[in-house]
Design a protein around this ligand. Structure first.
Ligand code: SAM
Length: 327
């Protein structure tokens, strides 16, 4: 059984042109210019990001692939009885999860996979690819197009849940946002449920530097200027900006910036506004917080969970941590 459901209309989810314009206007009007990283994820931005995750130097993806491959048995142990739901928040192309699904089917386990993603293209493609690969197996798939919590509300009471939150999605939230998100999750996944959640770990800042300064990262960040030009009739010239990311030990995050290479004034016609840049002035575009194990353990407890097990890659660059709701 393979199907897809849309939880709300696209209009209710996606940014209107006005919201995009307001966010860009607010960010570029700050004394220290800053634009949120989710503005990067339109269709083209998501395609560039997928290529980034395939770079051997982009350690989070390579490390998490290794974890899923080498610990698939530890994850399979969590699946007991029938009517088990494997729920994935922000599944994207589900590449890593497909390794797990293949293993669970080989083990003869009975489960229903619910990929949840706000991107309709991502869910549709993933369900189609699973249907092609597993049409003659016991696999049941319901793709849910919508927000994490709308998706969870649709599924949560139908049995025991293993919720996957893979990749660096939590790393991109600041600590306050992460706590609010996890507290809500602890109240949603059910007393019998498990959460398998990815954290990129603090490591040698030189490795972080090289991971976040690949030319593809620059292309990804500069894409934001293209998007502003296209959607708001902006006058950015990408060749007059460059990107650099670096770890900031005060905030505990890799921070990416676009640097203006000259004094310049950019007219954004649909905002009816001009933005001045001094040479080497920055726009902050991304923050990826890096965690120590102690910080992860505190976060779990403070948000209503207890830790069952940490699954590491061989270099301990990343952890997929298994949590249970604390009773
Ligand atoms: C960086 S990608 C990670 C994809 C995949 N989990 C991985 O590890 O490669 C984040 C995904 O989360 C989705 N997403 C972001 N915010 C969301 C939300 N509020 N509800 C559902 N999906 C969301 C995006 O569309 C994107 O596919």
């Amino acid at each position: 059984m393979f199907n897809t459901k849309k939880l709300k209309s696209a209009k209710e989810y996606f940014l209107s042109e006005e919201q995009f314009a307001d966010t860009v206007n607010a960010g570029l009007s700050l004394k220290k210019k800053s634009l949120p990283s989710w503005l990067l994820f339109d269709k083209v931005g998501s395609e560039i990001f997928k290529k980034i995750t395939e770079l051997p130097g982009y350690l989070p993806a390579a490390s998490e692939f290794e974890i899923i491959r080498s610990h698939k048995n530890d994850i399979a142990k969590l699946i007991t009885g029938n009517s088990f739901n494997l729920i994935e928040l922000g599944s994207g192309d589900g590449c890593k999860t497909q390794i797990l699904i293949k293993h669970l089917l080989n083990e003869g386990l009975d489960f229903h996979y619910f990929p949840i993603d706000i991107s309709s293209g991502a869910v549709t493609n993933l369900v189609r690819s699973l249907e092609d690969n597993y049409y003659n197996t016991s696999l049941k798939v319901t793709g849910l197009i919508g927000d994490y919590f709308d998706g969870l509300d649709t599924v949560k009471n139908n049995g025991k849940n293993l919720v996957l939150f893979l990749g660096v999605s939590l790393n991109n939230m600041d600590l306050g946002m992460a706590k609010v998100f996890l507290e809500r999750l602890s109240q949603t996944i059910g007393p019998e449920g498990y959460l398998l959640i990815g954290f990129d770990l603090m490591k040698d800042p030189k490795l972080l530097y090289s991971a976040y300064n690949d030319p593809l990262f620059e292309k990804f960040n500069l894409h934001l200027l293209d998007r502003i030009n296209q959607e708001l009739d902006g006058g950015f010239k990408k060749e007059y900006f460059l990107q650099q990311g670096q770890f900031n030990p005060i905030t505990g995050a890799v921070e990416s910036y676009l640097y203006s290479m000259h004094d310049q004034t950019i007219h954004v016609k649909k905002l009816n506004k001009k933005f001045n840049f001094n040479a080497w002035e920055t726009i902050q575009t991304e923050k990826s917080f890096k965690y120590t194990l102690e910080e992860i353990e505190n976060l779990a407890v403070e948000s209503g969970f207890e830790i069952v097990e940490h699954l590491f890659d061989s270099r301990k660059y990343f952890v997929d941590s298994i949590w249970k709701v604390k009773h």
